[in-house]
Write a protein that binds this ligand. Sequence first.
Ligand code: AMP
Length: 112
Amino acid sequence: MDNCLFCKIAAGDIPSKKAYEDDLCLAFYDIAPQAPVHFLVIPKAHIGSVAEVDDDNSAVVAHIFAVIAKLTKEMGLASYRVVSNIGEQAGQSVPHLHFHVLSGRDMTWPPG
Ligand code: AMP
């Protein structure tokens, strides 16, 4: 999608510090980490947010969760949080579906 930051990162037009990549998704480290480990996992195909997931595109979401399980095991992360913000009030700043994976510190609940 034109003018989408994460589409440009997925295409390699904007550099990122990659943690994992395959045909369907990309994991890369967040530029402003909120925990000792903080990376994002995105589908390469543009989806605006969880609010745009439907029966036609949801397979990539299952794939992303399998990638998160595999990557966190490989990284030795026993405990972590997966977050997806939907809409401005919830804190979404980039309108391309992404899952934050945060680890390496105590997490509070409820989130702020
Ligand atoms: P959200 O605010 O939930 O939409 O998450 C967007 C995340 O993308 C934020 O945590 C930003 O720090 C991160 N971010 C923005 N630009 C970049 C970039 N060029 N490379 C890596 N992470 C980025």
